[in-house]
Write a protein that binds this ligand. Structure first.
Ligand code: SF4
Length: 145
């Protein structure tokens, strides 16, 4: 299996090598996400898990929101921009994916929920930014009297 993503309702169903039905995208995403992008997105998340261990401040919170948002379905398939978000240290995601299935389920639920929250937060920031941008542009115009 070259990738595994099961974060959205579009996910595919595939038969694994042992005949087990896998509920997730394992070759490429139904959404179009490729294997290399999926794995880079996992690395982004692993960086964010480590970042979340530091004392929170505005900068880290924004990085976490941006990073979570960028991994939601269809938000960002640009590998170069994903690479800029990957920092060391990185959390070993196998601790989740290879671990106890109840813990894995709970952590996945939390992670996907946080991604959803980040999407709304990101959208709100953009709305506020665009609103204030319009206001500031008007200020600039007023200064041209
Ligand atoms: S985000 Fe894309 S790769 Fe992941 S489960 Fe949904 S369709 Fe599949």
């Amino acid at each position: 299996m070259s990738m595994f993503c099961f974060q959205c309702e579009q996910r595919g169903k595939y038969k694994g090598a042992d005949g087990t039905l896998l509920d997730g995208c394992t070759v490429c995403g139904v959404c179009g996400k490729k294997e290399d992008t999926a794995n880079l997105q996992d690395e982004v998340i692993s960086s964010l898990i480590e970042l979340s261990k530091t004392k929170p401040n505005d900068e880290t919170t924004l990085k976490i929101i941006e990073g979570l948002f960028t991994t939601i379905t269809n938000a960002n398939f640009d590998n170069e921009s994903l690479k800029t978000m990957i920092k060391n240290p990185k959390y070993d995601m196998n601790k989740i994916w290879q671990g106890n299935e109840d813990v894995r389920s709970l952590k996945s639920l939390i992670l996907f929920g946080l991604k959803g929250m980040a999407a709304y937060a990101h959208l709100s920031f953009m709305k506020v930014y665009l609103l204030w941008k319009k206001i500031y542009q008007q200020m600039n115009l007023l200064l041209l009297f």
